[in-house]
Design a protein around this ligand. Structure first.
Ligand SMILES: Cc1ncc(COP(=O)(O)O)c(C=O)c1O
Length: 433
């Protein structure tokens, strides 16, 4: 151990929660900061999913210019400024190979607001279909959003339902006829698995068959580095359910791909079919029953009244250079993959195993991976790690049914910390003997 057990235990006790796996990501961050302060030991921080790279300089320059031009004084258009809408549509065309127009593209206050609006709108489309179905493990805040709105959800853990097994599992939920939307992220937070084309096809076909909206969270767009998705208009394109169904809402975020988390901007791309579709039940909540009107003028207006004007310029300017092929936005992100490769190798060397792998290929190296240690529950491992100056979050809060796993995020770990990580994992493993 490198940190006194008594110190860690006393600080943890202050949280008034005996089960460490129940702490939220932000609470773990707070606990670890306190341990660092009291012990003087720097942690290997694997708990927070924050970008570890500098923000896009193009975005910063555009944002400054927008402010200098007086835009801070003006409300932005709720549906997005034309520059942003046009560049989002071009981006979808060039990097997803998706035919959408600016009308289908709306900036949101991060992917977070995108999911809030999409989950809420979907749940109001039909009173007989109130349930969102999460394909877990997943990003815990989306479930919090539903809890806060008083909306119900169902979920299942994908671990034992990859590939051909996905069809029947998914259909068993949809057959009940009360599901309005299916929500998942791919690449997946927390496990970094990616749905294969055949799995996306299954999801898309079943969504069409059962008239369900797929809310596909692409917060980690193009970050499956096994392929290069960063060249405009050149295959391969970002895999998506949108290639297999018209019932889609895609959520993208500038937080990770452009390291722009602080300015809170994302993108919502709604299929033309859904954008123009009337759902009579929406009239119980708003003046219009058209989904593509309900989302911006009903939900976005009532929550933030649009997305920050200058951030929209930042996003639009960045997308423009990316769309014009002047910058390969994916290349700089490879730094995450490199760190994941090194870190996974260290964990495997000291007896850990990866909990979630990919279906038919080696798991990609990216932003997150999941680890477990034989015969330790996730709570035991998470706590034990604190004594060794390592922090991670439990899979228990992600809807995982696996009792042993932790999520490791690579973004905050520096390359110069790899040696320290190895020393600590070695000491940890020796203590387990
Ligand atoms: C899967 C997923 N969706 C959405 C978000 C939130 O993104 P944003 O910062 O754009 O709100 C995150 C952030 O970690 C995420 O992991």
């Amino acid at each position: 151990m490198i940190i006194q057990k008594e110190l860690v235990d006393a600080l943890f006790a202050q949280f008034g929660e005996s089960d460490i796996t129940r702490l939220s990501i932000r609470e773990v961050g707070k606990l670890v900061a306190q341990i660092e302060k009291e012990s003087g030991q720097e942690f290997i921080h694997m708990e927070m999913g924050v970008p570890g790279l500098p923000a896009s300089p193009v975005a910063i320059a555009a944002e400054k210019e927008a402010l200098d031009n007086g835009l801070a004084a003006q409300y932005p258009n709720i549906e997005g400024i034309p520059f942003a809408k046009t560049e989002i549509a071009r981006f979808a065309n060039l990097f997803i190979n998706l035919e959408v127009s600016p009308l289908n593209c709306v900036p949101t206050v991060g992917g977070m607001q995108g999911s809030f609006a999409a989950l809420l709108a979907a749940a109001r489309t039909n009173p007989d279909k109130p349930y969102t179905l999460f394909i877990d493990p997943g990003f815990p805040v989306q479930k919090s959003q539903l809890h806060l709105m008083g909306l119900p959800f169902k979920s299942f853990d994908i671990l034992n339902f990859r590939g051909d097994k996905l069809h029947d599992k998914l259909e068993s939920f949809l057959k009940e006829g009360n599901v309005c939307s299916i929500c998942y992220s791919s690449p997946n937070n927390p496990s970094w698995f990616c749905f294969s084309e055949s799995e996306l096809k299954t999801i898309g076909e079943l969504a069409t068959k059962y008239d369900v909206i797929v809310i596909e969270d692409l917060a980690y767009f193009a970050m499956d580095f096994r392929q290069h998705y960063g060249t405009p208009a050149v295959a391969p394109f970002q895999p998506t359910v949108a290639h297999y169904t018209d019932n889609y809402i895609l959520l993208l975020s500038a937080s990770k791909i452009f390291s722009y988390a602080g300015q809170r901007i994302g993108m919502m791309i709604t299929s033309e079919k859904l954008r123009t579709r009337r759902y009579p039940n929406l009239k119980n909540y708003f003046t219009s029953d058209v989904l593509g009107h309900f989302i911006p003028y009903g939900v976005l207006y009532a929550t933030t009244a649009g997305t920050s004007h200058s951030a929209q310029y930042a996003l639009a300017a960045t997308l423009k250079v990316v769309n014009d092929g002047e910058i390969d936005f994916v290349k700089v992100l490879h730094a995450y993959g490199e760190k994941a490769r090194l870190m996974k190798a260290l964990f495997l060397k000291y007896g850990f195993y990866i909990v979630y792998n990919d279906e038919d290929r080696e798991l990609a190296d990216g932003f997150y991976f999941t680890i477990a240690y034989p015969n330790l529950t996730s709570g035991e491992l998470m706590k034990e790690f604190l004594y060794y100056g390592i922090s991670a979050i439990s899979l228990a809060i992600t809807g995982s049914e696996n009792l042993n796993g932790l999520r490791a995020c690579v973004s905050f770990v520096r390359l110069d910390q790899m040696e320290v990580l190895e020393e600590r994992l070695k000491a940890f493993a020796e203590a387990q003997q």
